[in-house]
Design a protein around this ligand. Structure first.
Ligand code: NAG
Ligand code: NAG
Length: 462
């Protein structure tokens, strides 16, 4: 295997470099990225590589870590997870949303609003079978679910701290979007449980963008969103709320038998919305990048809906270049190409039905601040469903409004709306943003991110 020998060569060299410079030498040096192909010069460090998450060393998760642009020693550590389930935080999060670079032509361009301006950003491809993450035992791909994912993610972080001990006691935030509305709360809860035995995770808060938190509320807000944005007619709206709603359609779909009623309604919805409108941003022209659809479970393909209108995809091309994979210390195991969302894993409806909003409630009771934010142009997980869920949770927990529903500013423009309950549970919209808010509204998203990390309310004035 040529790859192994390359790694062995890298090992003494990495150690040698540490030795000569005389800096504190740690295992992380082996994962340090010298330079990504086509990358503009930067002054922060980047690392990527693997952490095994089982005792037999069969399961390995791939991470990409971009230290903060300035003052990395005092900035928090933020873990970012994309959704899917089974879509890549490297391709979607790091290279299309809030990472330091975006692919462009043969190279990379700097993202001016990268989240590593405010934090040390850790992107994890999870679970196994996603992106460069793998298992050498293919049986482990069967039955991967939320529980296994959360456990593997926890072990990943524990072992990642062995490579990066300087981050062990650092303030830690977990962020993510879409189906990460499942991944993030479940991981956070495991951390709190682990901390009871050994205080390891200095968890300071979680932020969830357009998240699935309670599947029927989230999915059934789609009808009104499409109708009020003019994408479906009055008649179709009525059918979509009485004859067959979206949660019923999805559950029939995953049980393998779509009823004639649901089939009729969905065909009508599909015809009117048209496949030439991006469901993840109803005002955006198609198609920016197929990377941006974290669509595995959230939007099952419908007949006539599965044509990819994007021909070129820069992130997919970039991450499949051998020189890029070498620079990232990545390897393809059991797959021929890096893909945005896993083709190996097979998801069922089961986990989608877990109401993770109740886990969010438990986190808040344990004192963990939570931010739920919504790109307001997304019809897949619309702001209206998330807003209802957050409001309902505040009532269940008896949290009073501490910041009444109001606009917030980025520059001299309205960046969105926000409401805060009990100084611990926040809701915010990002105006003009898609399902992947940091992609379509990077500047506004960065303002939101900064306020979240600082535990500050969003700017009330300019
Ligand atoms: C592969 O994984 C399966 C399921 O987890 C396990 O039962 C089996 O023992 C593993 N095989 C090897 C060779 O480790
Ligand atoms: C969706 O449809 C299911 C099955 O018909 C029904 O039980 C549920 O109440 C509906 N939900 C909404 C929000 O209309």
């Amino acid at each position: 295997m040529p790859y192994l020998s390359k790694e062995m060569m890298a090992l003494p060299l990495g150690l040698l470099v540490c030795f000569i410079i005389g800096v504190e030498c740690s295992l992380s040096q082996l994962d340090r990225i010298t330079q990504l192909p086509g990358q503009p010069p930067v002054w922060f460090q980047q690392y990527s590589g693997y952490v095994t998450v089982d005792d037999k060393n069969q399961k390995a998760l791939f991470y990409y870590f971009a230290e903060a642009e300035i003052d990395c020693a005092s900035k928090p550590l933020v873990l970012w997870l994309n959704g899917g389930p089974g879509c890549s935080s490297l391709g979607v999060g790091a290279f299309s949303e809030n990472g330091p670079f975006r692919p462009s032509g043969e190279g990379l361009v700097k993202n001016q609003y990268s989240w590593n301006r405010e934090a040390n950003m850790l992107y994890l491809e999870t679970p196994i079978g996603v992106g460069f993450s793998y298992s050498t035992n293919t049986s482990s791909y069967e039955g991967v679910d939320d529980k296994i994912t959360a456990r593997d993610n926890l072990v990943f972080l524990q072992r990642w701290f062995v490579k990066f001990p300087q981050y062990k006691s650092r303030s830690l935030f977990i962020t993510g979007e879409s189906y990460a509305g499942h991944y993030v709360p479940q991981l956070a809860e495991l951390m709190l449980q682990f901390n009871k035995k050994e205080k390891l995770f200095n968890l300071k808060g979680i932020a969830l963008g357009n998240p699935v938190l309670e599947y029927s509320t989230d999915f059934n807000s789609r009808a009104e969103f499409l109708w009020s944005h003019g994408l479906i007619s009055d008649t179709t709206y009525k059918m979509f709320t009485t004859v067959c709603n979206y949660s019923r359609y999805v559950s029939e779909y995953y049980r393998g038998s779509v009823s004639p009623q649901c089939s009729r309604v969905m065909n009508q919805v599909t015809r009117e919305t048209s496949r030439f409108v991006d469901k993840y941003d109803v005002t955006l022209d198609v198609c920016i990048s197929s990377v941006l659809s974290q669509s595995k479970v959230l939007t099952p393909q419908q007949v006539g809906d599965n044509v990819d209108v994007c021909v070129e995809d820069e992130t997919v091309n970039y991450l499949n270049r051998p020189d890029v994979q070498m620079a990232l210390h990545a390897r393809l195991v059991g797959v021929r190409r890096w893909a945005v969302c896993s083709n190996i894993l097979d998801y069922e409806l089961l986990d989608l039905e877990i109401p993770t909003i109740t886990i969010v409630g438990r986190l808040i009771k344990a004192g963990i601040p939570v931010l739920v934010y919504s790109g307001d142009q997304d019809s897949v997980i619309p702001l209206t469903g998330s807003r209802i869920l957050v409001h309902r949770l505040s009532e269940e927990l008896g949290l009073k409004t501490t910041v009444p529903y109001r606009v917030w500013f980025e520059g001299q423009q309205v960046g969105g709306w926000t409401q805060v309950y009990g100084n611990i549970l926040s809701f915010a919209t990002i105006r003009g943003a898609s399902h992947e808010a940091p992609f379509s509204q990077p500047e506004r998203s960065l303002v939101l991110f900064k306020a979240f990390l600082g535990g500050q309310p969003l700017p009330e004035a300019f």
